[in-house]
Write a protein that binds this ligand. Structure first.
Ligand SMILES: [Zn+2]
Length: 233
């Protein structure tokens, strides 16, 4: 039987909604916490929200295997954690206080004190993307090394490599779209800030150079006057 285009997606959305409601009811009944703390970063708690389980269900359905789902789930956790740690490391480097790192089903949040300058907000926004680029580079290098070896990449790691390489790139490009609340909304403000800084410095240097030129002219003129006075003597 032929199904209408988009019918499968509609079924998936309905199913996901039902699972979400079911989990919410059971969570209330069993008084299960919304999130658990799994560690700390510089005193800030790192928490996992229950909606991460939705990604596990999604990954299990996509890979059609529990092992595949678990591997993709673990890889996604690492990817989300790397992104948020990227924000946290830059924030701390700039002297901001990191309050919490929270990981949700398909995204994360790094809560920190508000940066005082626009440049600092831009730097923190790029921190997440840069961490993802580092992860991508490391994973591609490991994949190359493994593929050159006799056994190649173990099949069990395929979902992890999928999450860390193509999905990671897709997340980077999507996240860099200049739309609030994505990082791109702040990150691209960095270009005008950078240009302003560079242009401002060049202007300042030009000013210094012209001052140098002026002082050179003055000293040459003084030398010329003293030479003519000596000649008169
Ligand atoms: Zn981010």
């Amino acid at each position: 039987m032929l199904t209408k285009p988009g019918a499968e997606l509609r079924v998936f959305v309905i199913l996901a909604n039902e699972i979400y409601d079911e989990v919410r009811i059971w969570r209330r009944l069993l008084r299960v916490k919304r999130e658990i703390t799994v560690g700390h970063f510089g005193g800030a708690p790192v928490t996992l929200h229950w909606t991460l389980l939705l990604f596990f269900i999604f990954a299990g359905a996509a890979t059609r295997s529990i092992v595949g789902g678990l591997v993709a789930f673990a890889a996604m956790l690492i990817l989300l954690l790397m992104h948020e740690l990227g924000h946290a490391v830059v924030a701390r480097w700039l002297g901001l206080r990191v309050i919490a790192i929270r990981l949700y089903g398909f995204h994360g949040i790094c809560v920190h004190t508000f940066p005082e300058t626009e440049g600092a907000s831009v730097a923190v926004a790029w921190g997440g993307v840069l961490a993802q680029i580092v992860l991508f580079a490391v994973v591609v290098t490991i994949a190359k090394i493994l593929s050159s070896m006799a056994g190649g990449i173990p099949w069990v790691l395929d979902p992890a490599f999928f999450v860390w390489a193509p999905l990671n790139l897709l997340v980077i490009f999507t996240n860099l779209l200049p739309i609030t609340p994505l990082d791109g909304a702040v990150a691209w403000k960095g270009i005008p800030v950078l240009l302003r800084t560079l242009f401002g410095r060049r202007k300042a240097r030009k000013h210094e150079n012209s001052k140098d030129d002026a002082s050179k002219v003055v000293s040459m003129e003084l030398r010329r006057i003293s030479r003519s006075k000596e000649e008169q003597k």
